[in-house]
Each structure stands twice: as C-alpha cells, then as structure tokens.
Ligand binder design. Structure first.
Ligand code: FAD
Length: 406
C-alpha cells in the first residue's frame, strides 16, 4: 500500500508546514523508540520508565522539537499551535510518552501568567526537555466543580503555608514541580483562589501512587504545612479561577486523541488482514469490513474537526473535538474486542509485560493491545472536562441555548 502523507499532506488542514514538521517528529520517534521495549513500565501512564522518558525529552529538546507554541519572545521556536498539534498527533500515533508533558500541562499559565523570573527559570528547561511538571487542581471533593476546593495557603510572613490533598494527578510521582491552586486570605476576598508553583521535593510534600483499572497509577499529593515563598505565586493572588479556565481549555488538544485512534485502527486493520476464523480471513467478513470502514470515516472526520479546533482557539470546536475523539477511542476499543472475540479480551498479565511497550501477549489479539485499550479508554471521557459537562457547554456557549441553572 502506498504511504499516505501525514493528514493528506496538509495535516488535516493544519498546513503543509505542520505536516512536514509532523513527519520530522515521526522520523525522530521512529529512531528513538526503537529500544523502548527494554524500558517498559506498565505502572506509568506512558508505559515507559521515567529514565527513558527523561532521556527522550532531552533528546527531543536537543533536536529543537519541543515547545512549538512558545513564541520567540519567550525563547521558543514560535512555530505555533498547528505545529504543536501535529507534534501531539504524531507522538500519540507512535505510542511515544507525551514528550512535551511539561509544556502541555503547565505551559499555559507559565506563558501567560508567570512573572519574568519564573519564565526565565522554567521555560528554557521545558524547551530543553529537562523538567517534568504536573498540574494538581482536583481534590477528593472538588473535580468538575473546582469551586469546592478546600486546600489552603495561609499567610506566613511574606509567604504562605500550603495544606490540603490533591487527587487524580497525572505523573506527580516523577514530576519535579507542580502547578496547584489553593485558597488564600486576600484582604478584599478571603478564600479567593491563588495559583502556585510547588517544588515537589519541598519538605511537607508527600506523593502517593493510586492504581488505575489497567495497572498504571494516578497520584495523590498531600501538602502538609508546606512553606512557600511569595515567589511561588503564579500570576496574581486571587486570580487563579480566570487562569485555570484558560489553562484547562488549552489542555484539550483533540488531535492527540486522534493520533491514538489512527494507531489503534491501523493495528485493527493489520489484525483482520492476518487473522482467520473458521477458515475465513476476517478481512473478507462483510460485517468486519463494514465496521472498520465506519471507524475509518470517523478517524478522518475527527482529525479534520480537531484540526479546525486548533485554528479556532476559544471556540466550542475544542470541546467538540475532545468529546468526539474520546468517544471514538471507546468505540474503537469496543469494536476491536468484538471482532477479535475471546482473544480481544486477553491482555498480558503479569503487568510487567503489558501494552503498549511491554512484551506482546501470545494469546491476546494485537499482543493484548485491544483488551488494554478497552480499559484504557474509559478515563478519556472523564478527565480534562467530563464529556457531559462539555456537551452542556457546546449547547450554551456553542449554540447559544439558555444556560442551565445549577
Ligand atoms: C486519567 C485522568 C487523569 C487526570 N489527571 C489530572 C491531573 O493531572 N490533574 C488534576 O488536577 N486532575 C486530573 N484528573 C481529574 C479530572 O480533572 C477529574 O476527574 C474531572 O474534573 C472530573 O472530576 P471527578 O472525577 O471528581 O468527577 P465528578 O465531578 O464527581 O463528576 C462525575 C461525573 O458526573 C457527571 N457530572 C458532573 N458534573 C456535571 C455537570 N455539571 N453536568 C453534567 N454532568 C456532570 C459527569 O458524568 C462526570 O463524569 C484526571 C482524571 C483522570 C480520569
């Protein structure tokens, strides 16, 4: 089969330059991920050991691939959001650890709200791939409704003392720093929310790993009277809500989900081409062909939608792309396991050999990947804004329907 250029040669409408950049990223990852299987760590979200992820980040930084969206004034390449989206798509399609983790998770507040000293410290390290960051907003009783946050940063001289528990944090166990929010005693608004940069090695910080349903971990962070200087404030005291809304919106890169979808659909196509049931090749089964063709339409349409969302920041398109991409991944996993039958329910216990980078299960379809996908894709519709909440936003913000009273 002829090799199809990335996104039809223009990255689904992001442009030929972004597509060419995506191909550059793919060449880099093809080369650098060759030995990844030797560093499998199924207990990590990326499926790879921290040492491998850090080294890969440094190499990507040295190649100048990181931080496309960081402008020249901040020391970045200033390639723009389209190139960043192409990067995200290709990284996902290659099963790469999210090389740009720091910039993806913490980049927005650092670029838009941080002071000059903070930017001078963090941005160069991020661009060189030398730092891992996490964001810690969610609490046991404050998920969708972050107004219920109870973590406090009490005044202490010219600084603060941070106390509280954050939960469901991605990658805190390996991160160097986190961006978090807490209630501060602002003179005009007691209990207003303020955003902070916290060194996770600081005294009083404890990170606990909590297992997810398919064997990796999300983290809980306990802040026990952690002393923060005034320079830990990110942005303006009491302004975290505004900063937070902007940062969470920027996290929704729909093309990232579509990169995963492309990869899993390719695995499914390979599987049905090579697998026989009752003497018949699965690829010759009309029902299988029908299902796969439908998924191909969805992957292409979803990619174009996600690319359009990149070109229209702040619109409801980003929410649409996130909803579509995450639900498509669930449909894909469901269809793949149905087509594969029993083999589609087998993955690779013990966990040391789990997908995506561990040794393939000899009994599981696609080495156990379809069963793993079935579990892995559940969380996508919950994190980064639950799909129900995003649909609500599409209805009022996107379509102008009356807002629901809550
Ligand atoms: C894989 C993963 C990674 C995550 N990583 C991070 C991270 O790095 N940092 C961080 O701070 N947080 C992180 N989170 C937390 C995530 O932001 C929350 O899970 C999310 O905000 C939902 O909060 P909740 O889980 O408390 O669910 P709840 O808020 O209790 O909601 C549960 C369900 O109720 C429904 N619901 C809630 N409110 C409404 C509404 N207004 N309208 C309609 N339906 C509603 C939705 O179906 C929702 O899924 C992560 C979560 C997951 C699953």
């Amino acid at each position: 089969m002829a090799e199809v250029a990335f996104g039809g040669g223009d990255a689904f409408g992001l442009g030929a330059d972004a597509a060419a950049f995506g191909e550059r990223v793919r060449a880099f990852l093809d080369r650098e991920l060759t030995g990844a299987a030797g560093y499998a760590d199924p207990a990590d979200l990326t499926g790879l050991a921290e040492e491998f992820e850090r080294e890969l980040s440094r190499r990507a930084g040295a190649e100048g691939l990181l931080g496309s969206a960081v402008d020249a004034a901040h020391g970045g390449p200033g390639r723009g959001a389209a190139h960043q989206a192409a990067f995200d798509y290709v990284a996902a399609a290659c099963d790469a650890p999210l090389v740009d983790t720091a910039l993806t998770l913490a980049g927005h507040p650092l670029l838009h709200d941080a002071n000059a000293e903070q930017q001078a410290y963090f941005l160069p390290r991020m661009l060189r791939g030398e730092i891992l960051m996490c964001i810690a907003y969610t609490e046991p009783d404050a998920g969708t409704d972050l107004r219920a946050i109870t973590t406090t940063a009490a005044g202490d001289g010219d600084g603060y003392r941070l106390t509280g528990v954050k939960t469901l944090v991605t990658g805190a166990h390996k991160a160097d720093w986190c961006v978090t929010i807490a209630r501060t005693p602002e003179p005009d608004r007691p209990g207003a929310l303020t955003m902070f940069l916290v060194d996770l090695a600081a005294p009083g910080v404890t990170v606990r790993r909590r297992p997810t349903m398919n064997g990796w971990t999300l983290d809980e962070i306990e802040f026990d009277d952690v002393r923060l200087g005034a320079d830990a404030v990110l942005g303006q005291p009491g302004q975290a809500w505004r900063q937070l809304v902007a940062a969470v919106r920027s996290e929704r890169s729909g093309l990232f989900y579509l990169g995963f979808a492309r990869h899993v659909l390719d695995l499914l196509v390979t599987y049905v081409r090579a697998t026989r049931r009752g003497g018949q090749l699965l690829a010759d089964d009309p029902l299988v062909r029908d299902a796969i063709a439908g998924l191909e339409i969805d992957v292409e349409a979803g990619s174009v939608l996600a690319a359009r969302a990149v070109a229209a920041p702040g619109s409801a398109l980003a929410s649409m792309a996130k909803v579509f991409g995450t639900e498509l991944l669930q449909r894909l996993a469901q269809t793949a396991t149905e087509i594969a039958g029993h083999a589609g329910t087998v993955w690779a216990p013990p966990h040391s050999s789990a997908p995506p980078h561990g040794a393939a299960s000899p009994h599981g379809a696609a080495g156990g990947r379809f069963a793993w996908e079935y579990l892995e894709r559940v969380h996508g519709t919950i994190g980064a804004g639950a799909n129900e909440v995003l649909r609500d936003g599409i209805a009022d913000f996107g379509l102008g329907l009356p807002r629901q009273a809550r």
